[in-house]
Design a protein around this ligand. Structure first.
Ligand code: PEP
Length: 248
């Protein structure tokens, strides 16, 4: 598959002004203003950023999407149709922070994936084991359980992000051998079990920074990166995009 996909996950950070300033710094540079680069901004700022992104290559990503597919009495929810309406191209689904703090079940995540695809968004399903699960040698079993819902989807494009929970926001990075092993296993599982797509991109996430991006992105079966902390600094994020750009 040609090219890498790099998505910055701003999480619950920025304000209206700082979000626009960060976006502007990415738009002003051709290493980051690319159609294979996205920013997952807080829901409340997506519409404002979408205005600024009109006609630009850089893609907008939501951090979550509702499991409900119809308009109605679902207070606080943001539907896939709403995200598509304002110009989002991607949405994260099942980030480990949402699994941990909001108890998202695989059944709900399947509905989110389906809703996103039906609305024309590309969902990015996040999977990954905790430290406890890795220490018990259960990482592959856990990841296969998280991937299982993909076998229920029979059409549409989606992306998988492997994010070991112990590497998110901790500064600990999985070794290149660990990354290669899990990415290879995810691709193999997908080849054997999914109907929707034969070319599923698998991103790595977990303390990706300017200094380690090139080595991670050059690792076998790594099709891009999901970047948390380092995406809040335009210079760091641009350096990661630059590393990805070299590999295209
Ligand atoms: C993330 O939240 O998706 C992530 C990978 O965070 P960080 O890069 O900060 O580890």
């Amino acid at each position: 598959m040609a090219g890498k996909l790099v998505i910055g996950n701003w999480k619950m950070n920025t304000r209206a002004d700082s979000a626009q300033t960060l976006l502007q710094a990415l738009l002003a540079d051709e290493t980051s203003n690319r159609d294979w680069v996205g920013v997952a901004a807080p829901a409340v700022y997506l519409a404002g950023l979408a205005e600024r992104l009109r006609g630009q290559p850089l893609r907008l990503c939501a951090q979550d999407v509702s499991a409900f597919d119809q308009d109605g009495a679902f207070t606080g929810e943001t539907s896939a149709a709403m995200l598509a309406d304002i110009g989002c191209g991607y949405t994260l689904v099942g980030h480990s922070e949402r699994r941990q703090y909001f108890g998202e079940s695989n059944a709900a995540l399947l509905r989110k994936m389906r809703n996103a695809i039906a609305a024309g968004l590309v969902p990015v399903l996040c999977v990954g084991e905790t430290l406890e699960e890795r220490e018990a040698g259960r990482q592959l079993e856990v990841i296969r359980d998280q991937l299982a819902l993909l076998s229920e989807i029979d059409h549409g494009e989606y992306v998988v992000a492997y994010e070991p929970v112990w590497a998110i926001g901790t500064g600990k990075v999985a070794t290149l051998a660990q990354i290669a092993e899990i990415h290879g296993a995810i691709k193999k599982w997908c080849l054997q079990n999914v109907k929707a797509s034969d070319n599923i991109r698998v991103l790595y996430g977990g303390s990706v920074k300017a200094e380690n991006a090139e080595a991670i992105l050059a690792t076998e079966n790594v099709d891009g990166a999901l970047v948390g902390g380092a995406s809040l600094d335009a210079g760091s994020f641009r350096a990661i995009c630059q590393a990805a750009g070299k590999l295209i």
